[in-house]
Design a protein around this ligand. Structure first.
Ligand code: GRF
Length: 224
């Protein structure tokens, strides 16, 4: 049974497109059951047929809880196995997170726990980091603080700007998200009480994506 994925996106949707392409080439056993946005003009919405789109202008709501409640009902109506925040730029309230607890993922462009929040590339540069990267993590009420399932690392190069760093990282984010979703689709990564496990072994350290786009799940298996 293909993994049912609802994707939350606010902008371009390049992560979404990477998933759509993988599904089309039968590289991911999943179905996008909805693309939901707080931005009716988000290009991400136009990457799927109209019947899969949902959006409301979040700024037209009195408060976060009111928008989140509409969003949660729209997500639930699609009965997803997982809800993927991919370029979703609003903070999800506690009630939404509680409703989809244990099946909410986010891809964040930093090596968490470093640089939670925004402007991650600029902050990594300002700190003089030699490495940067992205993390796929479970979503909990505290911003970008959920258990990290997997990460991908890139070198910071001399002369890098926030833009060049973001551009070099984005395709690696796509590969990372796809690799994690493949493990979810295979039932190899599970989540319980805020902790992720791979092949039954708790992921106390994130899986790492290699240059071939594979996650070294051997990392998850404790050496005897
Ligand atoms: C990506 O860097 C993602 O990590 C961040 O939003 C950016 C744009 O994502 N959350 P997308 O192109 O809209 O998928």
């Amino acid at each position: 049974m293909s993994l049912r994925l609802a994707v939350l996106a606010s902008g371009q949707g390049s992560n979404l497109q990477a998933l759509l392409d993988a599904i089309a080439r039968e590289d991911l056993d999943a179905r996008i059951v909805g693309v939901l946005s707080d931005q009716p003009a988000a290009p991400a919405l136009r990457r799927v047929p109209e019947n899969l789109r949902w959006s409301l202008d979040a700024t037209s709501f009195a408060d976060r809880a009111a928008f989140d409640s509409e969003l949660a009902d729209a997500v639930a109506a699609r009965a997803p196995d997982w809800v993927i925040c991919a370029g979703y730029m609003r903070i999800l309230g506690d009630a939404f997170i509680a409703r989809f607890r244990d099946r909410l993922l986010n891809i964040h462009p930093s090596l968490l726990p470093k640089y939670r929040g925004l402007r991650t590339h600029a902050r990594a540069l300002a700190a003089g980091d030699s490495e940067h990267g992205a993390s796929v993590h479970l979503v909990v009420p505290e911003l970008d603080a959920g258990a990290v399932i997997a990460q991908v690392r890139i070198a910071v190069l001399p002369g890098d700007t926030a833009q060049t760093l973001a551009q070099r990282l984005l395709p690696r984010e796509h590969a990372l998200l796809l690799a994690v979703l493949r493990l979810l689709a295979e039932g190899r990564v599970t989540e319980r009480d805020g902790l992720a496990s791979c092949d039954g072994h708790p992921l106390f350290t994130p899986l790492r994506l290699d240059s071939a786009g594979l996650l070294d799940t051997a990392d998850a298996t404790p050496t005897r």
